[in-house]
Design a protein around this ligand. Sequence first.
Ligand SMILES: [Zn+2]
Length: 309
Amino acid sequence: MKRLILLGALLTVAALSMAAAAYQQPQQELSPQALAATKLEKVKDNLYIITGADPTNREMFSGGNTGVFITDNGVVVVDTKLAGWGQILIDKIHSVTNKPITTIINTHTHGDHTGSNEAFGATVDIVAHENTKANMAKMDAFKGDKAKFLPKRTFKDKMSIGSGKDRIDLYYFGRGHTDGDAWLVYPALRVMQTGDMFAWKDAPTIDRNNGGSGLEYAATIGKVLATVKNVDTLIVGHSPLRTVPDLQEYQRFMNDFVAAVRNANKAGKSVDEAAASINLNSKYPGYKNDRYKAAIMAIYDELKPAKSN
Ligand SMILES: [Zn+2]
């Protein structure tokens, strides 16, 4: 009897942790395909990315693109991939510099961008938007003893770290993928890192549970484009390097996509009917429609009249 109860408890724990894993996806073993896809590549001068970010084939996925910025005083790591990838990141960073890793910046809360924070030790400075810190604090991965791997410094609208050629400007422009997406600019290199606000050429993930908004998405990108000048290269969330015209196009895509979803909603179409009837691929060459349905679901949810309590 005792054994049965124990088994039941174990099964419950397993089911709960599987549910919690949806965003956190801790990996026990690193797949050879993912290891092969996870490469350190130079962006410009002292700025690199670590790839493996394309989640289309989960076997090849290690988490969002990681930025590696080597400054005079140490290395800044932007996004730490899934849990279990920290040592791989450290080894790759040390293949190009002996400097200590001093700072982590998390662009947003998701486990494929924050999962390996703990591998860098408790003394590393961790920086994120204030809403991202609050969102991370709700994750099992940062509860109890692991709370020491939460951001130590936060910002609301803008903050800069470092100076001269080592400066990074962090901006918050509003809701979209979540309610705490940081945009990073490396002014000396004319590079911007977008996190998952621009992840791929398809509908975005709109994480309503973490404050994301489809309706505000394009306006948020509009603020970025109006404010950030003098960049020519974009490190995005989950696909190769892009350009500013790519981001301008993504803003147009999101305006068109949300307008189409609003129309479908007004016409009384179900999520499935909307997903079947909307296709912007011919207007936006190179775009996919693999992620429309989840985004439509999130926007439909957002369009529901506010519940009265
Ligand atoms: Zn994300």
